[in-house]
Design a protein around this ligand. Structure first.
Ligand code: FES
Length: 132
C-alpha cells in the first residue's frame, strides 16, 4: 500500500464510520478478510449506536456483531458465531442510550468508550502497513 492509497483508505474508513453504523474498513486491510470469515465477535461499527429505549421493553443486544439489524440481534449468531448469545436487557426508564457497536465494551450493552481503543488500534495497523 502506497501513501496515497493509505490516505484514501483511511479517509473512507473514518468518514463512513462517522456517517453510517456499518462495518467500514479499507478494502485493502487484511483484517477485513479475517473478520468477514470469522466465527468470533466482530465489530459492527467503530462508533456506538444512539437509540431510544422504552421502559419495560425487552431488547436483545447483538453481542457477536454479525446481525444485520444492529445494535439488536437478528439471529445471525446461530450460523456465524454459535457460542455467542445476545445480551437481553430491559431498561428501567425510557431514554436515549448509546449501545456499543465495537463489541469490546466492558459495560455491555452500553458504550464505555472502548471504541476509541479500536479506532486507535486500526489506525496504528494502517500506519504500520504504509511503512512496511
Ligand atoms: S462502541 Fe463499543 S465501547 Fe463504544
Amino acid at each position: 500500500m502506497n501513501a496515497s492509497s493509505f490516505l484514501v483508505a483511511l479517509q473512507r474508513g473514518c468518514t463512513q464510520t462517522f456517517r453510517r453504523p456499518h462495518l467500514v474498513l479499507p478494502a485493502s486491510c487484511s483484517r477485513v478478510q479475517y473478520r468477514l470469515e470469522s466465527t468470533e465477535v466482530v465489530a459492527a461499527a467503530r462508533m456506538p449506536y444512539r437509540v431510544k429505549v422504552t421502559a419495560g421493553k425487552r431488547y436483545a443486544w447483538c453481542a457477536c456483531g454479525h446481525s444485520k439489524k444492529q445494535p439488536y440481534c437478528d439471529g445471525a449468531h446461530k450460523a456465524k458465531a454459535p457460542s455467542i448469545a445476545p445480551l437481553r436487557f430491559t431498561p428501567d426508564s425510557t431514554k436515549m442510550v448509546m449501545l456499543c457497536a465495537c463489541k469490546e465494551t466492558k459495560n455491555a450493552p452500553y458504550c464505555d468508550g472502548s471504541h476509541f481503543k479500536v479506532i486507535f488500534r486500526d489506525l496504528v495497523k494502517s500506519v504500520k502497513g504504509v511503512f512496511k
